[in-house]
Write a protein of this length. Structure first.
Length: 211
């Protein structure tokens, strides 16, 4: 029994160490995000596969489970154009305004329905896209840093080598899930004020399949 207890303790210590590494990696989230302004995005126009690769490079941290739906696919991009969330490509190429809108779409759809996402996007005017995108990136950077500080604060028990209750990791997950539900509720309630009546039932519901 003592051997089993030691093995269990070792496994728990390894899990805590692994989760410390994952928590530390969150500190680099803001470094992967593109700098503020359309002018910092690629100058050359890109083909579809290049756009997918670029958005994945910027926002790949949203995909933490390889079995889940991909962050962005060609079918999704085409659907966004059909839904008028995205202007059509020019000669099958996408420019800065397309990339900026896709970054916002892929971020918003993590917690909002596509009807709500549509309400949050600017018209297809380059000046308005530029202004909205710059505000979006400024908010993203500010809140990413706030999020990192909060995670490190609530993850304190994982870093505490003297604490070994076996529940530290689970407690962190529970806390994160609760915080996420409240944040999603806030966004949903506020965006509902801007939605047409037919889309108000559940503005924060998961987006429908886009494939």
């Amino acid at each position: 029994m003592n051997q089993n207890m030691r093995r269990s303790g070792q496994n728990h210590a390894l899990r805590k160490k692994a989760n410390r590494g994952k928590t530390d990696s969150l500190g680099k989230l803001h470094e992967r995000f593109p700098a503020a302004g359309l002018d910092e995005l690629p100058k050359i126009k890109l083909y579809m596969d290049q756009v997918i690769g670029l958005i994945t490079q910027y926002l790949g941290f949203f995909v933490y489970d390889p079995t889940e739906e991909k962050l962005l696919t060609p079918s999704m991009v085409n659907n966004y154009v059909k839904m008028r969330l995205l202007p059509p490509p020019v000669k099958k190429k996408y420019g800065r305004k397309h990339i900026a809108l896709l970054i916002m779409i892929c971020t918003f759809k993590q917690s909002l329905s596509m009807a709500a996402v549509e309400q949050m996007l600017p018209p297809h005017d380059e000046d308005e896209i530029r202004a909205d995108y710059e505000r979006f990136v400024a908010s993203h950077k500010r809140l990413a840093l706030y999020f990192i500080r909060q995670v490190k604060s609530v993850a304190g028990p994982i870093y505490d080598e003297t604490r070994d209750t076996g529940t530290e990791v689970n407690d962190l997950v529970v806390g994160a899930a609760i915080a996420s539900s409240f944040t999603r509720l806030l966004a949903g309630k506020i965006i509902a004020l801007k939605l047409p009546e037919k889309a108000r039932d559940d503005p924060a519901s998961p987006p429908p399949s886009e494939e």
